[in-house]
Design a protein around this ligand. Structure first.
Ligand SMILES: Cc1ncc(C[n+]2csc(CCOP(=O)(O)OP(=O)(O)O)c2C)c(N)n1
Length: 317
């Protein structure tokens, strides 16, 4: 098995420390994902799911730059994107479990969420194509908003991504495309699937590009803030490549990585690094978040199933 690409191997470690609010959100996302995996194992959830364990800090770092009228388009690994924006673990848990109180009445499940200006899709690269259309409509209507699209590195294997990048560059669309580069797509390491680089491909379409290695939300914000402001002012699309790691399996129990690689991934996990350096604070916030998720879980499990009729009523309002 080939090793991960060089960028991943050179991954920077967690240097700074998030404030309590950001850390609480990161821990909440992590705890949400752990809860979902447990609920699958115990047979309370059917279907599939993809957790963002390892990548929790990325949407938390991005969140202050996302205004209410901006659009966020997420993907199959989107729980963290949703919770970072709305803090609504309860609605999302109910959604994945198909219970009353679900964000979109249990119709969307884990991968197809819609709320206000947030959508996710499990179809790779569909999000960037749809996001390009929304960004074009913003520009056409001279609306001062951005479209944030999250994609994985494996999504560079899809053709419609390049059509989207082409239009974004050609029309200077107000888009921030966040590539969560965890170096692997299901079980295929990037070194097996990608010729050239994400930067080279993006620059080929004349898009602005930057790469973020840090896992420190404050440092990330310092690095990306000016560039996001420029997209808002100058209508030049931006791609932010975040070098990161998928700590858990692709979906559930389908990890094909070697024990050595998994050990390295655990060593680089922001959670493990922060817990070692700031133990008391992490444990305190973690306990609160764990209790909160436990309460939510009991509440949601015991609810009746979500009803599609509710959705029909809501849709026609
Ligand atoms: C059009 C399409 N083809 C295949 C799949 C199956 N699939 C789901 S996730 C995935 C890999 C995604 O890799 P990446 O974009 O790197 O995101 P990651 O899972 O690493 O977060 C694939 C092939 C899909 N969802 N959509």
């Amino acid at each position: 098995m080939k090793s991960l690409n060089n960028a991943i191997a050179e991954q920077a470690i967690m240097k700074g420390s998030p404030n309590d609010h950001d850390l609480e959100r990161m821990l909440m996302i992590r705890q949400y994902e752990l809860t979902i995996l447990e609920l699958f194992s115990s047979g309370h959830i059917k279907g599939t799911t993809h957790t963002c364990i390892g990548q929790e800090y990325i949407p938390v770092a991005l969140n202050p730059f996302i205004e209410e009228e901006d659009f966020v388009i997420s993907n199959h690994r989107g729980h963290g994107h949703y919770i970072a924006r709305y803090g609504d673990a309860e609605g999302l848990l109910a959604e994945v479990m198909g219970k009353k109180g679900a964000v979109c009445n249990g119709i969307g499940g884990s991968q197809h969420i819609r709320r206000d200006r947030f959508i996710s899709t499990g179809v790779q690269a569909e999000g960037i194509a749809v996001g390009t259309g929304i960004a074009w409509s913003y520009k056409f209507k001279q609306q001062d908003n951005l479209v944030f699209v999250y994609i994985g590195d494996g999504t560079f294997g899809r053709g419609c991504l390049y059509e989207s990048l082409n239009f974004a560059g050609l029309w200077n669309l107000p888009m921030v495309i966040v590539v969560e580069n965890n170096g692997i797509a299901i079980s295929t390491h990037q070194s097996y699937s990608m010729s050239g680089s994400i930067e080279g491909r993006v620059r080929g379409f004349d898009l602005d590009y930057m790469c973020v290695h840090s896992k420190d939300v404050n440092e990330i914000r310092e690095q990306i803030g000016g560039a996001i402001d420029r997209v808002r002012k100058e209508f030049k699309p931006l791609v932010i490549e975040c070098i990161t790691e998928r700590v858990a399996s692709h979906s559930k129990g389908d990890d094909t990585r070697s024990p050595e690689e998994l050990e390295r991934v655990q060593e680089n996990y922001w959670y493990n690094q922060l817990k070692a350096s700031d133990t008391a604070r992490v444990e305190r916030l973690e306990e609160a978040v764990r209790n909160q998720m436990q309460t939510l879980q009991e509440l949601v499990i015991n609810r009746e199933g979500a009803e599609w009729e509710d959705y029909e009523k809501r849709k026609n309002k």
